[in-house]
Design a protein. Sequence first.
Length: 245
Amino acid sequence: MITTTTKKLKSDAGDSLVEVIVAMMIMGLFGLALVGALISAQPMALAFNKTAAATTQLTLAADQISLQPFAACSTSKPQPYVLTAATQTDSGQTAFAITTSSLPIAIAPIATSTTNSTKVSFAYTATLAAAGVTGPYTWTVSPALPNGLTLSSAGVITGTPQTEIASNYLFTATAASGATAIRIMNLTVATVQPLVHNPADTTYASTSWTACGDYGTAAATQVQQVNITTTVGKRQITRTIVKTA
């Protein structure tokens, strides 16, 4: 906060003009400081709470899988569970604003077996929305989305994620009038890997959990350990669910 104290020595027009000029200079400096603060705060805002947002996404995914019936996995379908693909949207906006409040989780490629390099990929799509000003809007994002995903100028995120990562992104919607609305949202790309257990190991040792295609159909229809994992910076976060037939 900048506090300025002035003492009036004379009341003539010259002094009044000087005071006006000084006031304008102070206001200009304050405005520049404010803009600078906002710009410098942007990277901090993008970095803020990434871990908490990613953890929430993994927890929601784990809850969704927990509520679904046991589903056998296979080499052709190594991830048999359905995760919501819907965005969350605010309502009742009157001023120009991005109304999409959260993005669905994206799924990274997973291995079908430990004996080969084959991986199954999962397509992703999410449509952004805004309200308060007549559209259409032109959409941009900063920084660039995870490898394999792109944002169209119409506000649609599409593609096939290539690796697990979770981060925050600054989305901007620009109306034809030039008005802009911004919103920071988390996008989490997670590995959702159901593992099966070696039927010969009745002790359920941790080393006996492996990719879905390693032990055949019998193992895939008994019990699964579903690991949901993402990476925030250098930190890996995992949620684990055990499902039985």
